[in-house]
Design a protein around this ligand. Structure first.
Ligand code: ATP
Length: 435
């Protein structure tokens, strides 16, 4: 983990927010390579959940909403974590994070005895509060959303009325969520502000188990298709006592994190008709569905796969990080790589080489329509090293032979093999490989 955190900072994937002011816990900024990786992950998710299907539509609801939303959804009352406080140093912990509590007890600085003294468990609401409008009073109090899902439920009728969707169908959304976590940590794993990728897939009651099972498998496949190693990921069905009272079943996709072993990467829940029923009750609006074919009305059940973009970034980085004899390499799936190819003139000071390399770079940039790098510094070995470390799948070198026969060498990141390719075939060669 330390190596990955250092790489992320050194190469501009992730920076601690407000670093020049000492940093803020649990809030991170994405640098140029981080935002490219995040965008690629979001693009793959959106492609698989929306674009490639004909039963899911996209949505983008606001971060702020009426506080009634959170009353109806139950977040105001129960979006809490159990909190305990060390009576000696007043550091606060999640009461269910036994390992951290044990560690704190062992290393407690002021007692030296290995015993911290704890307060009783309190319930701490994780929603960030704010005010709508210029008056900071109770009447104007609202919350930053802790999940995007409620924005979908409150718009259920709007989507039904304006599209041709028929049950079963889904509404997908990518957006920011905020949770005032009691303890943050493990880099991007537990943070206070993060993007989430969520789908609410609406089904007829009775057909929900079938769809729940479908989405569990589909989501696992998504990670495997993007290169996560089979041995590092698994589907786990949670026991009844660990799931929300309204849930008809919850599974999680667990990743083998270096800091804790297997733990949650993504949640997939069968939320039943809880959310639509609650919003219907609190708003006094009909949020049911009329099935024209079978002439029946029902409140649909919702199946929800939900994952944080940051947690996914972390899993893809950890899984692809590899140390070899003379290099560090991120063996990211090419679709996720922040930079798809890098172009090098063998010698920067030889004008014809530099000119030809520039022309190839410009051409690739417009034909691949993705990030292409140009590097003319240092020796070729160092340039390879620099691209391997950020996961660039192809490095293209323009050498003296290129001037004569209009070919270049293309080096594959993973095999390190080089092949000579005609310049005019370069972009179709790369496109094919990226696919
Ligand atoms: P946990 O038990 O780890 O607190 P949760 O069960 O509350 O998580 P969900 O409400 O199911 O999490 O959130 C859906 C997904 O959002 C999680 O699977 C995870 O990928 C991501 N996520 C949740 N909380 C955080 C956080 N604080 N930081 C980063 N990602 C998060």
């Amino acid at each position: 983990m330390e190596k990955i955190v250092a790489l992320c900072k050194r190469r501009g994937f992730v920076f601690q927010n407000s670093e020049i002011y000492g940093g803020v816990n649990g809030i991170w900024d994405l640098g140029p390579l981080g935002v490219a990786l995040a965008n690629n992950i979001k693009k793959e998710w959106w492609n698989s959940m929306v674009i490639s299907r004909n039963d899911v539509v996209g949505f983008d609801s606001s971060i702020l909403s009426s506080p009634k939303v959170w009353e109806a959804s139950g977040h105001l009352k129960s979006f809490t974590d159990p909190l305990i406080e060390c009576k000696i140093c007043h550091e606060r912990f999640r009461a269910d994070h036994k390992k951290e509590i044990e560690e704190h007890g062992k290393t407690h600085p002021s007692t030296g005895s290995g015993q911290a003294k704890w307060t009783d468990v309190k319930h701490f609401n994780l929603m960030f509060k704010t005010f709508l409008g210029p008056l900071d009073d109770e009447k104007n109090k609202t919350y930053l959303r802790p999940e995007t899902a409620q924005g979908i439920f409150i718009n259920f009728q709007n989507v039904l009325a304006t599209t041709r969707v028929k049950i079963p169908f889904g509404i997908a959304q990518i957006g920011r969520g905020f949770r005032n976590e009691i303890t943050t940590g493990n880099f991007l794993f537990r943070v206070r502000e993060f993007e989430m990728m969520e789908l609410e897939f609406f089904t007829e009651p009775g057909k929900d188990s079938e769809w729940f099972d479908y989405w569990r498998k589909e989501r696992l496949k998504w990670y495997l298709n993007l290169g996560i190693k089979k041995e590092n990921i698994k589907l786990v069905d949670l026991p009844k006592e660990d799931i929300a009272h309204y849930s008809k079943g919850t599974s999680e996709i667990w990743y083998n994190w270096p800091f804790m072993g297997f733990g949650e990467l993504e949640g997939i829940a069968n939320r039943g008709d809880y959310d639509l029923s609650q919003h219907s009750k609190f708003s006094a609006k009909e949020l049911s569905y009329f099935d024209e074919e079978n002439k029946k009305r029902f409140i649909p059940y919702a199946i929800e796969p939900s994952v944080g973009v940051g947690r996914a970034i972390l899993a893809f980085l950890i899984d692809s990080y590899s140390e070899e004899k003379d290099r560090v390499v991120l063996k990211l799936h090419p679709k996720l790589s922040p930079i798809k190819a890098a172009v090098f003139p063998l010698l920067a000071n030889k004008l014809p080489l530099a000119k030809m390399a520039r022309a190839i770079y410009d051409n690739l940039k417009s034909s691949i329509r993705d990030s292409i790098a140009f590097d003319e510094r240092g020796n070729i070995g160092k340039r390879y090293y620099s691209q391997d470390e950020i996961g660039t799948p192809f490095c293209i070198t323009v050498d003296f032979q290129s001037l004569e026969d209009q070919t270049v060498t293309v080096r594959d990141r993973d095999t390190m093999k080089q092949e000579r390719i005609k310049v005019k075939e370069l972009s179709s060669f790369i496109k094919k490989k990226l696919d």
